[in-house]
Design a protein around this ligand. Structure first.
Ligand code: GLN
Length: 245
């Protein structure tokens, strides 16, 4: 019997732009190819939190989407903070990355308080930062993707960025940082979607989730066909990364 891994897809209705749903698809496919049984729980505003949450994935959204989910996000803030503290792997892209920080002041002057998981704040501007994004990270090597945001995020001193920008603007276009890392939570501006193009990050999220729940990562349920399919997928991805680099 393959082992179940429960994944929360956070606010898929309002926070899913620029292909971020692809992160959920990439994780579930990869987990299956390792011989695990992924269960995705869609958590929109007001929905119950599942009994198990081995991983939480959240996407980007326009300022209007962020305003829609903010009350519900606050209702779940203690839970999310405690899951991050416990080391639950999470990936928060763009709009949710901003709201996991201290606050987001939008371009029209509205201040949305964030849940303060990340020591960072974001200020809206009337310039959109759009284009390819390539960065180098200590933990995952080069990360490739696409950014599209008007907010500029500034990390507080001592907060670890996800990477250092090579091409693109990243957190704010000024200090060369992109994203943030707090325990096993990754925040990033990378759309594209991020995970299909960056399997090292998928594997980090998967291994962390599996090890936390089952005490170890094993491939005992993986079939030969699944192993071959995973190798094909990785080969294809490596070629796509060469083209994008
Ligand atoms: N609304 C935010 C901004 O423009 C987030 C956009 C996004 O998630 N792509 O900065």
């Amino acid at each position: 019997m393959s082992k179940q891994i429960d994944i929360v897809s956070l606010y898929p209705k309002d926070m899913n732009i620029y292909g971020d749903t692809g992160n959920v698809l990439a994780i579930t496919r990869r987990l299956r190819l390792y011989g695990y049984d992924p269960q995705v729980h869609l958590v929109n505003q007001g929905d119950p939190w599942p009994q198990h949450a081995d991983m939480v994935l959240g996407g980007g959204g326009q300022d209007t989407g962020q305003k829609k989910i903010i009350t519900d996000l606050f209702a779940r803030a203690d839970l999310l903070r405690s899951l991050v503290e416990q080391g639950v792997p999470m990936l928060m892209i763009c709009g949710l990355y901003q709201l996991f920080g201290e606050y987001f002041e939008t371009v029209d002057g509205t201040r949305l308080d964030g849940i303060g998981v990340i020591g960072a704040y974001t200020v809206g501007s009337d310039v959109r930062r759009i284009g390819n994004l390539v960065e180098q990270s200590e933990d995952f090597g080069s990360i490739i993707g696409y950014e599209n945001h008007s907010g500029q995020t500034f990390l507080r001193e001592g907060v670890k960025p996800l990477g250092t920008v090579g091409e693109g603007l990243g957190n704010n276009g000024e200090d060369g940082t992109e994203g943030a890392r707090v325990h096993n939570m990754i925040g990033s501006y990378m759309h594209g979607s991020l995970l299909p193009k960056n399997p090292a990050i998928s594997d980090f999220l998967i291994r962390t989730a599996v090890e936390r729940r089952y005490g170890g990562f094993d491939l005992s349920e993986q079939t030969d066909a699944q192993r071959d399919e995973l190798a094909r997928l990785d080969n294809y991805c490596a070629k796509a990364r060469e083209v994008a680099a």
